[in-house]
Design a protein around this ligand. Structure first.
Ligand SMILES: *Cc1c(COP(=O)(O)O)cnc(C)c1O
Length: 377
């Protein structure tokens, strides 16, 4: 809401312009936003869609991923990462994380691929790396494993859109990057939204088709001679997954200040790191990485007592994620080769403190003082 106040009139005007122009679905703001989003993310193409979960499903559908296929992903992530895999009929295969960054462990990925190959029931086809809490996964190492086994690579950047590794966006290594504009994400809108970024022109075309009910696209051949709206020439089974024009209008305003917001989030993270060091384990960054700080996640022993103390002091906290996916009823029958000891250990120890581009240094000082007091007790 602080950001809403900061943007003020600009959002009001953008929303009313979209409402009054009447092109509420796929209006001109959607295309304009896609172009600007692609430019920001260093991609040739950006295709918006209804949410970040569909953004994961769309490329999997475009590749024809389905029953008998294995898609490797972390268990220490939001449900959507694995859920989209299950929609296609493929099997998620859960992989352990690195203990310092909480992102996919490339060595554990290699071991999981070997275990699935040895088992012989599933075919490794894709990897979904997650930029958890805002920082990039180890893409050089993960993409090496993916390429060597002929697998596609998705960067699920719902929390990390805008993050970089050695100055490059995850798409430098991945076949597609997906993101979410859910309000709590670093680049959020005022409802649901998502996008897929890619450098592959045919992939972009297929996603454009799939997000609009499998409509015919230029590469499908017969579309030019059709003579009617290609929406009514259906070449494949798709879905209905579009970003509303109103949300695109809001996102155009938010994207314009996103670089500045990332800097503000980093300044807030620096204040926490300086203030909290020695009381709880503060976040570690991959070498060469920059984060967009979707969450500021720390680690401690005796978490439940500390959380109770923070609650009593009026400091809001959250645990991402208390039950990793391989322990959830919905996912526990999918493979998690070798067990996931790091994931299990972290789920007991992590918690997240409030962070945003608009958080006041004074409010942070109170959080720091409260955590320090409780950690000492
Ligand atoms: C939020 C999130 C998603 C899903 O985004 P929605 O827009 O809520 O569907 C996917 N992956 C991760 C890692 C997320 O945090």
């Amino acid at each position: 809401m602080a950001q809403r106040r900061r943007l003020g009139e600009r959002i009001d005007q953008a929303v009313m312009a979209a409402v009054n122009a009447g092109q509420w679905i796929m209006g001109p703001q959607v295309r304009e936003f896609e172009q600007k989003l692609a430019a920001f993310g260093g991609a040739k193409h950006a295709l918006s869609c209804a949410n970040g979960t569909d953004a994961l499903a769309l490329p999997l559908m475009a590749w024809g991923v389905g029953p008998g296929d294995a898609v490797f992903c972390p268990s220490f992530t939001f449900t959507a990462t694995a859920e989209a895999v299950c929609w296609t009929g493929a099997s998620p295969v859960f992989v352990d994380i690195l203990p310092d960054t909480y992102n996919l462990d490339p060595k554990a990925l290699e071991a999981a691929v070997q275990a699935i190959l040895a088992d012989g029931k599933l075919k490794p086809v894709a990897v979904i790396a997650v930029d958890l809490f805002g920082q990039p996964a180890d893409y050089p190492a993960i993409s090496e494993v993916a390429r060597r086994h002929g697998m596609k690579l998705i960067s699920d950047s719902a929390q990390g859109f805008g993050c970089t590794l050695d100055g490059k966006h995850p798409l430098h290594w991945a076949d597609v990057t997906t993101t979410s504009f859910f309000p709590a994400k670093p680049l959020g809108c005022y409802g649901d939204g998502g996008a897929v970024l890619t450098n592959d022109a045919r992939m972009a075309e297929l996603i454009d088709s799939l997000r609009i009910h499998g409509k015919a696209v230029a590469g499908d051949g017969d579309v030019a001679s059709f003579g009617h709206d290609p929406k009514y020439l259906n070449t494949r089974i798709g879905m209905n997954s579009r970003l509303d024009t109103i949300q695109a209008a809001i996102l155009l305003e938010k994207l314009a200040i996103f670089e500045g917001d990332i800097a503000l989030r980093n300044a807030a993270a620096d204040r926490y790191a300086a203030g909290l060091a020695g009381s709880v384990t503060v976040p570690a960054m991959i070498a060469g990485g920059t984060s967009v700080w979707a969450q500021y996640t720390v680690e401690t022993d005796g978490r439940e007592a500390l959380l109770a103390g923070l609650k009593a002091a009026g400091v809001p906290t959250a645990v991402y994620y208390p039950v990793p996916l391989h322990r959830q009823v919905a996912y526990r029958d999918y493979p998690a080769p070798g067990g996931l000891p790091v994931t299990d250990a972290k789920a007991e120890r992590v918690f997240s403190l409030p962070i945003s581009a608009d958080i006041e240094p004074g409010a942070q000082a109170y959080v720091i003082e409260t955590v320090r007091g409780l950690a000492k007790a």
